[in-house]
Design a protein around this ligand. Structure first.
Ligand SMILES: [Zn+2]
Length: 264
């Protein structure tokens, strides 16, 4: 599914409840791919560039928010077939090379009792999740500054979901791609609304919640997440009112499945 201009010149592609993005530098400028979904998202990429009246030859770089399997889908293939560099934070390179080997606070096993997780994970599997390959020879970016790729995103270090997780700010467009710093659909529980991802896929949820402070201070009215629809508003920790004065739980600790509990 392609959502054109989810934010200004940032297009959202959703595969198996997982978002990745095509960022245009300008009307005719180069393209940056932010995150790469699942392996079969490669087909979605072909359709998306066609719909945008562009070509894969316009793609100049891949930038990763983090290295989880559902964000690494066609990263390696883009390196090999499009001959473009892949960028990730320096502390993320280990996960980027092994997208299924990552720290997580909780066992994944209890989630398999949860019907929403099974449904979403089955869709991810159909899209090739189990066969994802990592990327080597990745260019490392730091915790601040801009990355010299089309769109020139500014790095906002938001660790916690993974140790090197980053968000990417496009201040001129009032938008930030937050990856899984917080999501509006938790694929592990099916929970809708902003929250940090369940402990089955989060290295340090306390740190992830702290990282929301870095996002709350940004001049961005729209947050583009790794899972779920865009979030219009400021992310904030806990049950504090949002920037617009509305009662907003901008991001909450996720519900976790408990032993003997049906669902979450
Ligand atoms: Zn993730």
């Amino acid at each position: 599914m392609l959502e054109q201009n989810a934010a200004e010149r940032i297009h959202r592609i959703e595969d198996a409840h997982t978002n990745w993005y095509l960022v245009e530098d300008g009307g005719t400028g180069g393209l940056t791919v932010v995150d790469t979904g699942l392996p079969r998202s490669w087909d979605s990429l072909q359709s998306a560039v066609k719909a945008l009246r562009r070509s894969t030859a316009d793609i100049e770089a891949v930038v990763l928010t983090h290295g989880h399997f559902d964000h690494m889908g066609f990263s390696r293939r883009a390196q090999l077939e499009l001959d473009v560099p892949v960028w990730a934070h320096a502390e993320e390179l280990r996960v980027v090379s092994h997208p299924w080997r990552y720290d997580h606070e909780r066992s994944r096993l209890p989630y398999f009792r949860h019907p929403e997780f099974v449904k979403i994970f089955t869709e991810m599997t159909v899209m090739g999740a189990l066969w994802v390959r990592g990327s080597e020879s990745v260019r490392a970016y730091g915790s601040t500054g801009r990355i010299d790729v089309p769109g020139r995103p500014q790095v906002v270090f938001t660790p916690g979901h993974t140790h090197g997780h980053c968000s990417l700010l496009f201040a001129d467009r009032g938008a930030v791609i937050v990856g899984d710093a917080f999501v509006t659909l938790d694929p592990y529980t099916g929970r809708e609304g902003p929250c940090v991802v369940a402990g089955a896929a989060t290295a340090d949820s306390a740190r992830a919640l702290s990282s929301l402070d870095a996002l709350a201070g940004l001049d961005a009215g729209i947050a583009l997440t790794g899972h779920g629809p865009p979030w219009k508003g400021k992310p904030a920790r806990g049950r504090r009112a949002g920037a617009g004065g509305r009662r907003g739980v901008a991001a909450r600790r996720p519900a976790e499945p408990r032993r003997g509990q049906a669902g979450v």
